[in-house]
Design a binder for this molecule. Structure first.
Ligand SMILES: Cc1ncc(COP(=O)(O)O)c(C=O)c1O
Length: 362
């Protein structure tokens, strides 16, 4: 086992088994005498890798046949534009839920193409942020879609329920939530996620889209921004990010060996509960700003009451191999991103350090 536990929010820690396999196969993939990254994307070797990754994703997420699975370049941020460009249609209006930094970025991008109705914002109660229940949202029955961010990577706030939007398609930016828990894909019109947290390495974005939502995009849309292009060409209209796709395949195979999303969810809950219970037990030293009902199981955000101690906390943590715990520049504080690949050992070491740091400085 490596002696550094990387709590980065993304690109994030990958399973050691995956890195070792990639290393072993680097110069000679599957007896070809070539690296997978040197193989043509239309050749039978890479096609088999691509198909297997898709099959494994379909299996672990139980994706129904009437959904396309696309592997695209451009990052999740490109989806902030592709969703409105392809879905607004004649309605030209969409509903968005604003729960944090990434929701706001999606909203700002969508406003370039049509009318955006923000149906709910994060609210606060006793200084704790929470997501208002759906009864208080102002949904528009004529919206082209409803967009939300099930887990806000920077804010550390997560939905533990799925909005019900009836016939209006629900679109989810699952970049930091995908594969962390079982979901019912049928609840969604589109799910998209950048790979650099739970799917693999940066450079590829997974889009799961119900077939009836493959429509004509807005006029003048570049070919590569049309879901239609990618669906018709099975993500091979142009050269896809082949190495990122290969790594995604290794991660998905690893996830299956770990017992799939149900097993990993149990582990994720256990890992996050360890940190949250340490925080709850040291309320006079550490501070959380998220309501218990909306705490993220992937990105645990917290602060030290005496802010002067934060740089010391981060430095001491780094010195013992607990790295990248600094909160995002907009939120400050400390953020422990504990995606699927973070082992219990990393969380246990963090929790022990947090208890010791509080004892020494409290
Ligand atoms: C929830 C969420 N959405 C979107 C993004 C943007 O992803 P990308 O950098 O791949 O465009 C991120 C990146 O961390 C994210 O966490």
């Amino acid at each position: 086992m490596r002696d550094v536990f990387n709590f980065s929010a993304g690109p994030a820690m990958l399973p050691e088994e995956v890195l070792l396999q990639a290393q072993a196969e680097m110069l000679n993939w599957n007896g070809t005498g070539m690296s997978i990254m040197e193989l043509g994307h239309r050749g039978p070797e890479f096609q088999a890798v691509a198909e297997q990754a898709e099959a494994d994703l379909r299996e672990v997420m139980s994706i129904p046949k009437h959904y396309h699975v696309l592997f695209l370049a451009g990052g999740a941020s490109t989806q902030f534009a592709m969703v409105p460009i392809n879905l607004l249609g004649e309605k030209m209006t969409a509903d968005y839920v604003d729960t944090g930094v990434w929701s706001k970025k999606a909203i700002d991008e969508a406003r370039r193409y049509g009318a955006v109705n923000v149906v709910a914002h994060t609210e606060h109660h006793n200084h704790l942020a929470y997501i208002p229940p759906q009864e208080r949202w102002t949904l528009n029955k004529n919206a082209a879609y409803v967009h939300y961010t099930p887990n806000e990577t920077i804010d550390g706030i997560e939905f533990h329920w799925v909005p019900k939007t009836g016939h209006v398609p629900l679109v989810a930016d699952m970049t930091s939530a995908i594969l962390s828990r079982p979901i019912d894909v049928n609840d969604y019109g589109i799910i998209y996620a950048g790979a650099q947290k739970n799917i693999g390495q940066a450079g590829i974005t997974v889009v799961i889209i119900r077939e009836d939502l493959i429509r004509d995009p807005l006029p003048l849309t570049p070919t590569l921004y049309a879901y239609k292009t990618h669906a018709e060409h099975h993500s091979f209209y142009n050269t896809p990010p082949t190495y990122s796709w290969y790594i995604a395949g290794l991660v998905l195979a690893w996830l299956k060996r770990e017992g799939g999303v149900t097993a990993i969810h149990e582990r994720n809950k256990r890992k996050s509960e360890k940190i949250y219970s340490l925080l709850d037990g040291h309320k006079d030293f550490y501070l959380t700003r998220i309501d218990r009902e909306c705490r993220s199981i992937m990105n645990v955000m917290f602060y030290i009451h005496d802010e002067k101690l934060t740089p010391h906390f981060l430095e001491e943590a780094t010195n013992i191999g607990l790295t990248n715990l600094r909160g995002h520049r907009v939120s400050g504080g400390v953020r422990a991103s504990i995606y699927n690949a973070m082992p219990d050992e990393g969380v246990d070491k963090l929790v022990a350090f947090m208890a010791d740091f509080a004892k020494r400085n409290g």
